[in-house]
Write a protein that binds this ligand. Structure first.
Ligand SMILES: Nc1nc2c(ncn2[C@@H]2O[C@H](COP(=O)(O)OP(=O)(O)OP(=O)(O)O)[C@@H](O)[C@H]2O)c(=O)[nH]1
Length: 645
């Protein structure tokens, strides 16, 4: 390690963990040889992705492939494509990442472009768009767990795109591994050729070389063109982007035809804006500038886009001189979980807003709008794809921007139709009160999802009970073929609001962690919804309002008044905490008044003096009650504790 580098690493302040992890990461990966794009005609390019259920070993396999091809130095469990601090701490991938590598097969060099994708359902949009840049996919299945819910959904995504799918059975080093069984299970479920399945251990490297052979031999190269390269029109799919504070938005592109180089004037099909290309290159896994990118290639492009929104995901890029038809692109993602984000100290709002916006530069699926609350002051209403996405965002805000924040209870977007007018409500305090809904021309709807659960049948009873507690309707029930112990595949239709609370942890404890769960947004369904107000000392607190199904209002109300009682400091007067629907309280807790020990220091026979002091205290309290009719002061720290608990 060079002196300058060591110094940088040491001196990176502990308040900047993200910078530290970036410095460490770059060091471990700057090892690869020079790559000349001209050396790789289309027939020697393979674009592929690794897809799997969460934790089945995608990042570990990606490491091994990069090591075997000499792209990175060997070293255990580097997870080089998990670049974010939060990914490394939690051991999950939240952002798809790419790396090119060169592999020599039968005397020829091949350029393999690998795209590592996240496993968790909240980030499945990353999977679908990454697959848009691929011609094949490795479907990784854990040999101890077999097919799980996300295995089914990523298989569907890959087969919808007609990708060549290579089944890879991982973790065969573990004593509990049952590779033969799992290979059979995969072949039966997906109608794939069993002989093509590759049993490996990504951790130890066992048989991983066979994966490289299969990539070259089985995944097709990008479709060839009869037109000579220099005459082909440029047609590039923009499938991802990240933000660099010096160069602006950096786009990841796949070239369907033509070539692009520094100085070219390109046009965005989406906005029709023109840009001059300032840099192109490949990720290896760090950026490596190249003279150009050409047909079949996956790489990055910089062209002075100042805002991340200019790099529109799914856009088609072409040269000003030659208009092309737009590529089909992707379905836009819609955030479905919303929460208010407020600073712990009101003075910090501007800094918080800037930090939130900076984070969204690298995560275009997040939406941000200003929100103001009587209780919490100025903040932002932020939209996420799911509960884990929200948690990851909070952690990134704290890790990368050193901000402590209050995040209000998550809510889903509800639909209210009144007098023929439709509104989507994302802030609970804006939901109509019962008095405003009394006329017959109002109807309320909530978003539902289609969920799939795979669970060993010994836990089936627990899961069915849990899903019915969460208002789920069963759609299908099947035993998975060739699964030992027997496992059931359930399909349910249930409200999204029911799974953005503590559903995952309940499912985990109901099944000792053996169930897997996956969902997709479905439709809006008419629902008996109410707005639950938290009233503290006779005043509703807007930041604590929530929208719930009427059947759950009592349970939720009791839970929250109790939580509030635990965090509100005692006052000099009695404080009532109520959960109410409109004017009607449905749950209540009381915080007793603080009682000063006025007789402290009076011992033994001072009976008269003690009585006098206690009477004085009684009179004082009566006076205080008069004053206490006003609002109580609820410190921001109480909100912080409340939302964290
Ligand atoms: N024993 C054993 N453990 C493995 C193997 N492959 C991966 N693991 C372990 O399984 C865990 C999950 O591996 P990851 O590579 O992070 O899985 P992933 O699929 O990338 O996870 P997500 O990105 O969160 O979906 C880690 O603890 C790995 O060390 C293997 O072949 N054998």
């Amino acid at each position: 390690m060079s002196f300058t580098f060591k110094f940088l690493l040491k001196s990176a302040s502990p308040r900047l963990p993200f910078l530290r992890s970036q410095l460490k990461r770059n060091f471990s990966t700057t090892h690869s040889k020079w790559i000349n794009i001209e050396d790789f005609p289309t027939e020697r390019i393979r674009n592929f992705s690794v897809v799997a259920h969460i934790d089945h070993g995608k990042s570990t396999l990606s490491d091994r492939l990069l090591e075997l091809t000499g792209t990175i130095k060997p070293g255990q469990n580097q997870q080089v494509l998990d670049k974010l601090e939060v990914e490394r701490e939690r051991g999950i991938t939240v952002k798809a990442n790419s790396s090119s590598m060169v592999y020599n097969h039968n005397g020829h060099d091949y350029l393999l472009n690998l795209i590592d994708t996240p496993g968790h359902v909240d980030f499945s949009y990353e999977v679908s768009r990454s697959l848009g840049a691929c011609d094949g996919a490795l479907l990784l299945v854990d040999a101890t767990q077999g097919i799980q819910a996300q295995t089914l959904s990523v298989f569907d995504l890959a087969s919808q795109r007609n990708l060549k799918i290579i089944p890879v059975i991982n973790k065969i080093d573990l004593p509990a591994a049952e590779p033969e069984n799992v290979i059979e299970q995969v072949a039966l479920q997906f109608d794939l050729d069993m002989d093509l399945a590759l049993p490996i251990s990504a951790k130890s490297g066992l048989n991983v070389e066979s994966v490289l052979h299969a990539i070259v031999e089985q995944i097709p190269p990008p479709p060839a063109s009869n037109i000579p390269l220099r005459q082909q029109p440029l047609k590039a799919l923009l499938f991802d982007s990240y933000f660099d504070k010096f160069r602006g938005a950096v786009s990841l592109i796949k070239l369907e035809s033509g070539m692009v180089q520094k100085g070219d004037v390109i046009v965005s099909h989406h906005s029709k804006s023109k840009y001059t290309v300032t840099e192109v290159g490949i990720l290896n896994p760090d950026e490596r500038t190249t003279t150009h990118l050409q047909h079949g290639q996956v790489g990055y492009l910089v062209c002075g886009m100042k805002e991340s929104s200019e790099a529109h995901i799914g856009d088609t890029i072409y040269k000003q001189s030659m208009l092309v038809e737009a590529l089909p692109g992707f379905q836009p993602v819609k955030p479905m979980v919303f929460a208010g984000v407020f600073p712990v100290d009101n003075k910090d709002f501007m800094r918080l807003e800037e930090n939130v916006k900076r984070l969204t530069l690298n995560d275009p699926s997040v939406t941000v709008n200003r929100e103001s609350s009587n209780a919490l002051g100025q903040g932002c209403r932020v939209g996420f794809l799911g509960q884990l996405h929200l948690d990851v965002f909070r952690q990134r805000l704290e890790d990368e921007h050193d901000s402590e924040v209050i995040i209000t209870a998550p809510t889903v977007p509800y639909k209210v139709i009144q007098n023929g007018k439709e509104r989507i409500i994302r802030v609970p305090s804006e939901f109509p009160e019962p008095s405003e809904l009394s006329n017959r021309k109002s109807s309320l709807f909530e978003p539902y999802v289609n969920a799939e659960i795979i669970v060993p049948d010994e836990y089936l009873g627990n899961v069915i009970e849990l899903l019915s507690e969460h208002r789920g309707d069963q759609i299908a029930f099947n035993y998975l073929e060739n699964s030992n112990p027997p496992r059931v595949h359930l399909k349910y239709h249930l409200p999204l609001a029911e799974i953005v609370t503590d559903f995952y942890s309940k499912l985990k404890s109901a099944t000792s962690g053996y169930a897997s769960f996956e969902y997709q947004q479905a439709d809006y369904v008419a629902s008996d919804l109410v707005k639950l107000n938290m009233v503290i000392h006779h005043r509703p607190v807007d930041a604590l309002a929530m929208i719930v199904h009427r059947s759950k209002s009592m349970e939720v109300g009791k839970h929250w008044v109790k939580k509030l009682k635990d965090v509100i400091p005692k006052q000099q007067f009695e404080v009532a905490i109520q959960a109410a629907i409109g004017q009607k309280p449905i749950a209540r807790e009381t915080i007793k008044a603080m009682r000063m020990n006025v007789t402290e220091g009076l011992y033994g026979g001072h009976f008269d003096r003690k009585l006098k002091k206690l009477n004085q205290q009684k009179r004082g309290k009566a006076k205080l009650k008069m004053k206490a009719v006003g609002n109580i002061h609820l410190p921001q720290s109480a909100f912080y504790d409340l939302m964290k608990s």
